[in-house]
Design a protein around this ligand. Structure first.
Ligand SMILES: [Zn+2]
Length: 62
């Protein structure tokens, strides 16, 4: 089950303006062995900087 979706806001530090919330603009799922890895394309809502985050399926949100 894909726990990430477009439009979702995740906790991630923007390297440009240090805002700590990034919005997901695209999700790509990759299958590696038996696991899924998600590539999250994110954009800072403050300064519009793009960033990519790799997220395993069982990522624990801290
Ligand atoms: Zn930013």
């Amino acid at each position: 089950m894909n726990q990430y979706h477009k439009g979702q806001t995740i906790q991630k530090r923007c390297v440009s303006c240090f805002n700590d919330r990034m919005k997901i603009i695209k999700v790509r799922e990759h299958h590696l062995n038996e696991k899924s890895i998600y590539v999250l394309y994110t954009q800072c809502p403050e300064c519009r900087a793009d960033a990519i985050k790799l997220a395993p399926e069982d990522l624990q949100v801290s």
